[in-house]
Design a binder for this molecule. Structure first.
Ligand SMILES: [Mg+2]
Length: 265
């Protein structure tokens, strides 16, 4: 019996499992199309907030995977839900992230104070941190000074690295570490392995009976899924040893790639 048939629903990581730098990995799109054709409820749960859920769903649809925007949950969308539930409507935020991340913040109904003149606007209530490639000292200084002055520090995640076409790039965790060091504050994070993002993924598929999370990073995808009461299936082929082994975590299954779901499990 194919491994997928053990489950009533699947949550699937994107980077390192479905694609790398938005280039589909071998067999991934075909497997996802087969799962959808068979009626499997599935949602994509990613710590990558550089693009919005709608933007990432659009790339999946271009690959022939017919899913709605609501089937992609990111550490960003989960972070915005957290900020709104903690501070109420229109929280004032200092934001570190991509241009898309800033646009997502505004679309979520959060006031983005980034770049405003000191003293000209209300102080931020929260600092929202997400990794991006043009992160610089000016952002680090603004974020860490706001956190030191009492703004709540929150981030999309602590992933130290992200898999890209030419190797492992520094992730949000590396940038966050600099802001935590400079501010003396410790951030709350909402991405995997925290439970909020898994709960959002389950809501997206209507919380069917038995659900597994597929991911390539054992400490975030697998440990987080198991803590949230889900099975964790480790996808090993694209990971490095440090991401796919941890003596304290035992995946429920290990497969070489997404197509492994269709083989006996
Ligand atoms: Mg991954």
């Amino acid at each position: 019996m194919p491994l997928a048939e053990n489950y009533d629903g699947l949550l699937i990581d994107l980077d390192g499992v479905v694609w790398r730098n938005h280039q589909f990995l071998p067999g991934a799109a075909e497997t996802l199309k087969d799962l959808l054709a068979g009626g499997m409820p599935l949602a994509f749960v990613t710590n990558n907030p550089r693009l919005s859920p709608a933007e990432q769903a659009g790339i999946l649809r271009k690959g022939g995977i017919a899913i709605d925007d609501g089937r992609v949950v990111t550490a960003g969308s989960t972070l915005f839900d957290f900020a709104l539930s903690r501070f109420g409507p229109k929280p004032r935020a200092l934001v570190v992230g991509t241009d898309s991340f800033h646009a997502q913040v505004a679309a979520a109904g959060i006031e983005d104070l980034t770049g405003s003149e000191p003293g000209s606007r209300p102080e931020p209530e929260i600092v929202l941190v997400s990794g991006h490639e043009r992160f610089d000292y000016v952002e680090m200084r603004a974020a860490s000074m706001a956190a030191r002055d009492g703004a709540f520090l929150a981030a999309t995640g602590r992933d130290p690295i992200m898999p890209m076409h030419d190797g492992l790039w520094p992730g949000t965790g590396a940038i966050l570490a600099s802001i935590e060091t400079a501010s003396g504050q410790t951030a709350v994070t909402t991405g995997k392995p925290e439970p909020a993002i898994f709960e959002a993924g389950l809501r997206a598929i209507g919380s069917p009976g038995r659900v597994a999370m597929l991911g390539d990073q054992i400490r975030t995808d697998i440990a987080g899924a198991q803590a949230a009461g889900l099975d964790g299936i480790l996808v090993q082929s694209t990971g490095t040893a440090s991401q796919t082994s941890d003596p304290s975590v035992t995946p429920d299954h290990r497969i070489e790639d997404l197509a492994g779901l269709m083989r006996a499990g």
